[in-house]
Design a protein around this ligand. Structure first.
Ligand code: ZN
Length: 302
């Protein structure tokens, strides 16, 4: 039996599966993310109910962060410099009080979503992909040769510095940079720029789609140049804005087209840029696959 845990900023999803079939979830639960004490106690309760006497062959965690994912680091398993109140320097792994010797692996929440989509969602059939989320923040997870990139750290491309839209005079909301990508294109940035929530822009929607696509396309161009994925999956609350995904595809052609003339992104119908398929379960499915990847394959005796 293996366990997967996705710790998100507002909710935690836990699931268990057989180690031989990590894609088939046997039990799952959803827990509100409150204080570290309360939240980790609820996770422990779920694990105690579903392990073999509380024991698991391996546990995978996909966590909001920043989180130390390096198994060789003295702070492995810590949520480090998060702005989330009460969670700074939280030793997440120790708090789960797993049986001694239980293998544990961590990835960032976005990397978990990338792995989940890779194994059982919109990323099936390719070995290299990027998962981009545009919501409260902007995050990127990469899968390279079927495995998370990297095992020691994770990309922080939300703070990418972007070229400004000529009609955009908004200062941006990033506390560190003002007008980095997250400062200009995240949900809070959209709300601050237009004075309306990103999910209810009313008459401002078309202008917002035009401006957001201009910025998000720059992130996708950067990912394409740097990591050369076979597919990019774009999720998160902002990406659900009607028309945005198509607008980003078009901006991407304008931005990159001539430089990478034969690249599939130059054909907006190629399936290079797609929405996620797994919704809320991509992160926990990624966490299960991280757990199963720790273990040696079980010999098939059939
Ligand atoms: Zn920034």
């Amino acid at each position: 039996m293996i366990a997967g845990i996705e710790t998100g900023g507002t909710k935690v999803i836990c699931a268990v599966a057989d180690r031989q079939d990590p894609g088939a979830i046997l039990a799952t639960t959803r827990i509100d993310t409150t204080s570290p004490d309360e939240t980790t106690e609820a996770i422990r309760g779920f694990l105690a109910d579903h392990g073999e006497e509380g024991r698991f062959d391996a546990v995978g965690i996909a966590s909001f962060g920043p989180v130390d994912v390096d198994v060789g680091s003295p702070r492995f398993g810590y949520i480090t410099s998060t702005p989330k109140p009460g969670w700074r320097n939280t030793d997440l792994v120790t708090r789960l009080r797993l049986a001694p010797g239980t293998p544990v692996r961590l990835v960032s929440d976005v990397t978990g979503a990338a792995l989940g989509e890779h194994r059982s969602g919109a990323g099936r059939g390719v070995s290299d992909l990027a998962y981009v989320t545009v919501g409260t923040g902007v995050g990127v997870g990469l899968v390279v040769d079927g495995a998370p990139f990297t095992q020691r750290n994770h990309p922080e491309l939300g703070h990418l510095l972007v070229r400004r839209h000529p009609r955009d005079s908004f200062a941006g909301v990033c506390p560190f940079h003002g007008d980095c990508l997250e400062g200009l294109a995240s949900g809070p940035a959209i709300e601050a720029r237009w004075g309306r929530p990103a999910t209810d822009l009313g008459p401002r929607q078309q202008d917002s789609v035009m401006m957001s696509s201009y910025y998000i396309a720059q992130l996708l161009a950067t990912i394409t140049y740097a990591a050369a994925p076979q597919r990019i999956i774009a999720g998160g609350g902002v990406m659900k804005t009607p028309g945005l995904l198509d607008a980003v595809r078009e901006q991407l052609v304008l931005l990159v087209g001539e430089a990478l003339a034969d690249h599939p992104l130059t054909d907006t119908t190629s399936g290079y840029l797609v929405p996620p398929e797994l919704g809320d379960s991509s992160g926990v499915r990624g966490a299960l696959s991280v757990a199963s990847d720790v273990l040696p394959p079980v010999p098939d005796l059939g």
